[in-house]
Design a binder for this molecule. Sequence first.
Ligand code: ARG
Ligand code: ZN
Length: 870
Amino acid sequence: AAIHLTDYAPPQWRIEHVDLCFQLDPVDTRVRSRLQLRRAVSQEAPLVLQGEELKLINLTVDGEPVAPGNLQQDEGSLTLHELPAQCTLEMETAISPEANTALSGLYVSGGNFCTQCEAEGFRRITWFLDRPDVMTLFTVRLEADKDRFPVLLSNGNLADAGDLPEGRHYAVWHDPFPKPSYLFALVAGDLVCQQDRFTTCSGREVDLRIYVQRHNLDKCDHAMRSLKKSMRWDEDTYGREYDLDIYMIVAVDDFNMGAMENKGLNVFNSKYVLARPDTATDDDFVAIESVIAHEYFHNWSGNRVTCRDWFQLSLKEGLTVFRDQEFTADQSLRAVKRIGDVQRLRSLQFPEDAGPMAHPVRPQSYIEINNFYTMTVYEKGAEVVRMIQTLVGREGFRRGLDLYFERHDGQAVTTDDFVKAMEDANARDLRRFRRWYDQAGTPVLDVAGEYDETNQSYRLTVRQSCPPSQGQSEKLPFHIPLTLALLDSQGREIPLRLEGESQATPGERVIELTAPDHVLVFRDVPEAPVPSLLRGFSAPVKLKFPYTSEELAFLMGHDTDDFNRWEAGQQFAVQMLQGQIAHIQAGREPTLDPLFQEAFARVLDNDTLDPALVAEALTLPGETYLAEQMEVVDVDAIHQARQFTRRALGQALAARFRAVYDALQDTQGMDAAAMGRRRLRNLCLAYLCAAEDANAQALAEAQYQSADNMTDAMGALRALMDCPGEIQERSLAHFEARWREEPLVLDKWFGLQATASAPGALDRIRRLMQHPGFSIRNPNRVRAVLGAFAMANPVHFHAADGSGYELITDQVLELDALNPQIAARLVTSLSRWKRFDEQRQGLMRACLERIVAHPGLSRDVYEIASRSLG
Ligand code: ARG
Ligand code: ZN
């Protein structure tokens, strides 16, 4: 049942206009649709419409019933034969939004109607050509009970509204831009809105509205501010202006993903809208700003120019993630943003790219497209766009983007069209570069350096390779931008003159690697340099260079590239932790490298650095990132080594952590600087608590009790999770009582306990699932408990007796019957079974086999589980 990119064929029919009329009712909604059809090919062709879970009530063509022989209904499709080349098809279908637990199509959340149509949810609303290259003008009429559903929304501009008999009312919306069905949305419910205005660069007045349930109206300010910032930024940075009279955002509590860019009517997971300093952490505030921006930016990169087919998903997602990353970088410290994005890529996308679900940024085939909304399509896709910018320069990139929008406005196109626009605008050849879209796997760069004192030259040899992945045993060389500098012993950048060049250039260089091997010879190098390689993470690769500890300590303190200074510290930490892991595995005591401690302390004491950067530098690599570096993952040894190092640093540097903690008393404000101070202060607290010091626990409790913002409350609670006992329990109980009525805040409470490393995790998870607030139907709650346990509690999820695997497997199967998309996400936690010891391998495989054998399994879960088994 797999779908292949190579099978793509243009649509044989177009839907020029659709009139939809919804009689909204939670259990029995009627959808009338009138499609204006035009055949797109010259010879006779059947019309094959998609539909799922629909009851067809009535159908006519040009007002007449269709002869039974010309109408054929199958599982998932409705075929009409012998249609005139141009005709009007009218249908009525019945659906039950309340029974829709998959949260795809039209469903009910918190008593209100909402929709999610990407990728293929529209076919759960009515029969349609549910593919992104069919672009249609939509007119939508909504009718519902006025008391229960006073607000009726859809895409575009409001054309008409009024009352109907029997306490009902209606609204008519018209969207002047043709769009694919996946961008359709409707919302109906008892909602209130925060309103604002925006004047675009050309003077258009836009009505901005954020719709929420009444009790959340006091949590919309930040989202509104973010929206206005995004609109201005896209005008200033990329010349993109908004194009409708109104822009609406609706927050719903039950949502499979983060948010959805429906034209003029974004529907959001409430997690990415609602925030007040006392209910949301700084990370939440930043995430909200970035998701609001992301969905807004889609109006151009996604809606005005959309995808030809779902294999091109990264066309809009990779580009839009890149755009939202740049937006966030411009709002705060660029290096901090870059560090966060690279951590995410390396701890989540690299494993995906090295496992059974590995796929190219443009996949070749899929069974269920919802499984391909992945870190690879989104985050690696954004890295690919970023590399193009690095290769053609910022100005060249802007030229390319302008050309892309100009050329393809109103079209459904491919990633190739995007690269072509970049090539044409810059007179560049990116043929080899395109391999980034088609080859899966993370390339490896093996680099070595050799200094020749007599000739004053430095020779760098670079070899690239890429491990095989499913269906791709041999990889062709990638086109890789390698940004580098050479540092002298004072930490200054040595001017670079490559062999054959007549003049040296100051600063860093972008070297373009296109072959398997490169030899770079730098001339006039007065002393043995320390290379600063892959600056700013100029390509999504694994870099290997045999740095000594001394060199890493030097780079940690001196590299002129902020990102690489951080990276040196991470590499140093990885080297040390790997040594400790080996010790633990051999039954010996781990030790803390004094050179590391010294370099670490120097960063802590450096008060010229921005606190946010200090905090990043002092955060040890995560357990999943460490796991990636091991031949056979040993979750226990990794956890022990990391905890040992945290405790040892906390003890050795207690006075300094305390001093920095005390010096950062000024934690007021919601600007980036205040966030940085809170970040560093909470990090100090975490180290102090990791040292298991009773004073530190009291300090954490005091911080928890006096906190007037969620960042400090959570910072204290998280620090206390390292020290089980009365204070911890008291604080958790207080938190629960205080925030029982706020689902997004309660999710934090669930998540904290689901990821706790203290013994007894399984009972804890079971207890959390018995909690009256737990619901398997709410994706945020499932992620907070089961997702957090499976993805962020490695020690207990991978318990040697298999109990963690069994628990997740039971839940996957239960969830699959309700919401296959969420169930499938959970299965990925089992997919990398080959990375573990034999016993765990067997246990995980047995669980995957149990899943695959389960009757009535969804396509979503089947695809992940069967691919994992190989
Ligand atoms: N296009 C949305 C975004 O990235 C994601 C929607 C994906 N939904 C899904 N069910 N696969 O902003
Ligand atoms: Zn997106």
